[in-house]
Design a protein around this ligand. Structure first.
Ligand code: DGL
Length: 267
């Protein structure tokens, strides 16, 4: 039994979709969340910049004595995870491999769509990992950068979001995909909108659930799961003020949280 918190980071509010699953699967765990809102978006930045930011985020979370870290950001998971593993001793989990496993379980016709940031799509992390598991899989990727500011703005299911989704997803639908990986942690916030556009025949794959289960299994195996009976404490930190955080957290987590602002450049 280990009461130390789990650290979770993203570029902004997207990682809350991972926090939600962690809270569901491990309700007793204490959580420290960091959203790098001062430097968002990560999706349009270079691998070097995202890796530098990710290292600083990990260093900040380590000051909170976390027992494990979840990189709740596909862009950082696909571009920087290896470097984080070789730099830090703390167990660090990305979201991509869990997403890949879930996509392989979901597809029936072996045509998988992947949507993510430009950085994630450019890295081809999903494509490579899916094809490594099963060479017969066809993967169609599409960067949907506007979904991130829409999610940060709380515009998750209005006509602007729907128009963007229609434009972005048309070519994937033409390919006949039967499953669509939400390969950016911001995108599950637009799940309803994306689901309406792709229709019932295309299953949406959110890597967050599988990631939370993977982390739980790891903590269990190591004997460091928090078995305390009370609900875990949740603390939220951002690198810059964002007035939407309270309402987005309320929507995503069924409880609004007021974040503390920190200077991430110090780490
Ligand atoms: N939510 C992040 C991801 O999963 C990054 C979005 C961004 O900052 O561009 O990729």
């Amino acid at each position: 039994m280990d009461k130390r918190p789990i650290g979770i980071f993203d570029s902004g509010v997207g990682g809350l979709t991972v926090v939600k699953q962690v809270m569901k699967v491990m309700p007793h765990e204490n959580i420290v969340y960091f959203g790098d809102t001062a430097r968002l978006p990560y999706g349009s930045k270079s691998k070097e910049a995202v890796t530098k930011f990710s290292k600083q985020n990990v260093r900040f979370l380590l000051t909170k004595e976390v027992k494990a870290i979840i990189v709740a950001c596909n862009t950082a998971s696909s571009n920087s995870l290896e470097e984080l593993h070789s730099t830090f001793q703390v167990p660090i989990f990305g979201v991509v491999d869990a997403g890949v496993a879930e996509a392989l379980r979901t597809t029936k016709n072996k045509k998988i769509g992947v949507i993510g940031t430009a950085g994630t799509v450019r890295s081809a992390a999903y494509e490579n990992m899916i094809r490594k598991e099963d060479n017969n899989m066809k993967v169609f990727s599409k960067a949907c950068p506007l979904f991130v500011p829409l999610a940060e703005e709380g515009w998750t299911d209005n006509e602007v979001a729907r128009l963007a989704a229609e434009r972005y997803l048309a070519e994937l639908l033409e390919e006949g995909i039967d499953s669509l990986v939400l390969g950016c942690t911001h995108y599950p916030l637009l799940k309803r909108c994306i689901g309406t556009i792709v229709g019932e025949d295309v299953k949406l794959v959110d890597p967050a659930k599988a990631t939370a289960k993977q982390v739980k299994l790891f903590l269990q195996e190591k004997g460091i799961l928090n078995l305390h009976e009370s609900k875990g404490a949740r603390n939220f930190y951002l690198s810059d003020y964002t007035d939407m955080f309270y309402s987005i957290s309320q929507k995503a987590l069924k409880q609004g949280y007021t974040p503390e602002i920190i200077d991430i450049e110090q780490y």
